[in-house]
Each structure stands twice: as C-alpha cells, then as structure tokens.
Design a protein around this ligand. Structure first.
Ligand code: SF4
Ligand code: SF4
Length: 348
C-alpha cells in the first residue's frame, strides 16, 4: 500500500469511482509551446502522439451510448445500441493536450459533443489562436458555445514568460482580448472564459478567491480584459516538472510540502471520482496525471475506449500513487481549480 493510500485509509476513506460524468480526452502531445511545468511533456516535436480519426470516432460513440444500458451483446466497436436509456451519462467533454486544437479531429469531436447536448471545455494555451490555420478558431469555439479554460500563470509578464517562454505573455493578452471581442468572459453572452493559475515556484497556490479578485482588477485595469473564474492548480511533481524540480534540487522538499499539507476535506471532491481520462491512443485512466504516469485501467487486460463502457467503472478502486498528494494539499487541486476555498473554514 502506498503512502497516499495509507493516509486516506487512516482517515476512513476509500477512493472509488462514482458515476462518470466528465470525459477528459487528451488529443495528443503536440503543442506549439514547451512550458517548464508541463506534466504532459508536450511540444512542437510530438507529432506522432496524436489521436487518430478512428479513436475520436470511438470517443464520440462512447459519449452517445454513455446513458444507455447495453443489450447483452454490445459490440466492441462502440457502435450505437438500442438499449434502455438510463439517464445521466457524460455531461462534459474536457478536451486537453498538448494544444488540443492542433489535432485535426478537434473540431469534429467538439461538434459531435455539442450535438448531443454535452458541455465542451477547450483547455486552450491562448497562443494557439495565432497559429497559421487557426485564424477562425475563436469564432468556431464561440459558435459552438465551448467553454475556454486558458492558462495564465500570472498577470505579470516576467513571470509568465519565465514559465512558458518569451513572448507568451503578450500573445496571451492578445488572445484574451480577441476572445473578449467574441463575447467570451462577458456574463450576458453565456460564453465562459476561465483562467488557470499555477505557481511559478515550488509552493502551493494562494487562496483562489482572493487571487481571482487580484487578477480581475489587474487584467481589467492594465489590458481591459474580462473573464469569469480563476482556477488555482497545484503543480504535479511528475514528468517535466519533476525534472525541473530535481535540477533545482527542490524535488524532495516540494513532495514533502505536498504530503505535509494533506487536507482530508478535499477527498470527496477529487476529480478522479467522476472523470474518465482517455489517452491519445484510446487507453483509459482515472485521471490525466495517472495517464502521464502510464497507470492504465485494467480489467483482466488493459482497458481502452474501444472495449469499455461506463457501467463497468462505477465502484472501481481508483489507482493512486504518492503523486496524489498533489490533489489533496492545502485547498486541494483539480482541473476545475481548488477543491475547497480557504476563505471557508478548513475541515480537518
Ligand atoms: S501550453 Fe500546455 S500542453 Fe503546451 S507545453 Fe505548455 S503546459 Fe504543456
Ligand atoms: S492524481 Fe489522479 S488519481 Fe490521484 S487523487 Fe489526483 S485525480 Fe485522483
């Protein structure tokens, strides 16, 4: 039993899957950037690790069938079935990468999901909006009412450029202004524009609510930018970020900080409980972090989007490791930001 399991067991908790409502799909590792904190190890050279059409079609079929109890001989190809509709199913398609928009099937998948009435999130790095061939990306997202969750680790240029590469801040500001012109970030438009903060150094994020106020003030005053919510996310000490911490000789200290900051009040809200993560090659995982660590779901054999259905997963034990302390430290962390607001009383 790993240290994380011991810790949650000592708090009387077992981490198991509930109903799957969020399908988080990693469309590949191709990205126009190479940020130091990137747990995906994405970059411009990762051209081979990208989801192909057959796999995106299987994802679309899975979304379509996710609220249906299958007949006994439900085929392995994810085809439509005439089973009994049981309600529920996938409510959100969360598209990530790399830069998910650089995958040629990104728009197909987003369109399919919207036609099924599924909410779609695009995890956008903002600079992708200015790549050749992506000139109408913002308009496409607005036309399909896709929520944008965009990285902006600081409202200060030097901090953003240090973490994400020189010139990123200026392009990010231009991208946010473009999205505002399309209606994003304005309450009355219904087009959600949420930002992501992750610490530039090896420490926990500050209070999400307080930081959001600072971001809103600075971005409005300095650049005329409006947005809806700010999500604070803890950096995971895995892959590229682990290498970065080791190079600074700060890996052990950071891991210790995460362990010592364990907060049991975050357990109920852990994102792996209602999320299914799909890799670019169709393999399935409990979350995006487990995906990057190769902790594929197994059911006698490795599970993929081609041969698994939503009703197989409920009640399953979630695969954990000591990296999970990154989700339970302080106010907690998920792809939707903090799990508990520090402004509220911390339950321990
Ligand atoms: S933009 Fe996102 S996916 Fe691309 S390198 Fe940076 S963190 Fe990784
Ligand atoms: S790393 Fe993944 S499996 Fe572990 S607690 Fe976080 S979301 Fe759950």
């Amino acid at each position: 039993m790993n240290l994380f399991e011991k810790k949650i067991h000592s708090n009387g908790f077992r981490l198991t899957k509930g109903p799957i409502e969020i399908l988080q799909v990693n469309l590949g590792k191709l990205c126009n950037m190479t940020c130091v904190h990137c747990h995906v190890e994405a970059g411009p050279t990762k051209t081979r690790e990208n989801m192909d059409l057959r796999t995106t079609e299987a994802v679309a079929a899975y979304m379509k069938n996710s609220g249906i109890i299958p007949p006994p001989r439900f085929g392995p190809e994810g085809q439509s079935v005439s089973g009994r509709y049981r309600g529920g199913g996938i409510k959100t398609l969360d598209l990530t990468g790399g830069a998910p928009e650089m995958n040629p099937h990104f728009r197909y998948l987003a369109t399919e999901a919207r036609q099924l009435g599924i909410h779609v999130i695009d995890r956008c790095n903002l600079t992708v909006l200015f790549l050749p061939g992506q000139e109408n990306l913002g308009q496409f997202l607005a036309d399909h009412n896709v929520e944008i969750i965009a990285s902006l680790p600081c409202y200060l240029k030097e901090n953003v450029d240090r973490q994400r590469g020189r010139g990123t801040f200026d392009k990010s500001i231009k991208g946010l202004q473009l999205l505002n012109r399309l209606g994003y970030g304005k309450e009355e438009s219904g087009l959600a524009l949420n930002l992501v903060y992750n610490p530039v150094g090896p420490h926990l994020p500050p209070d999400q609510h307080e930081l959001e106020k600072d971001y809103k003030k600075r971005l409005k005053e300095d650049w005329g930018i409006a947005f809806n919510r700010l999500y604070t996310i803890t950096n995971m000490p895995i892959t590229r970020y682990a290498k970065y911490l080791r190079a600074l000789n700060q890996y052990e200290a950071y891991v210790e900080l995460l362990i010592n900051s364990f907060n049991p009040a975050t357990l109920e809200g852990l994102m792996c409980r209602n999320t299914l993560s799909v890799g670019w090659d169709g393999r399935l995982y409990d979350c995006d972090f487990n995906q990057m660590l190769g902790m594929q779901l197994r059911n006698g054999k490795p599970m993929t989007i081609f041969d698994v259905y939503i009703w197989n997963l409920e009640g399953r034990r979630i695969e954990t490791g000591n990296h999970c302390f990154g989700c339970t430290a302080g106010c907690g962390s998920s792809c939707q930001g903090a799990l508990e607001n520090k402004s509220e009383k911390v339950r321990r």
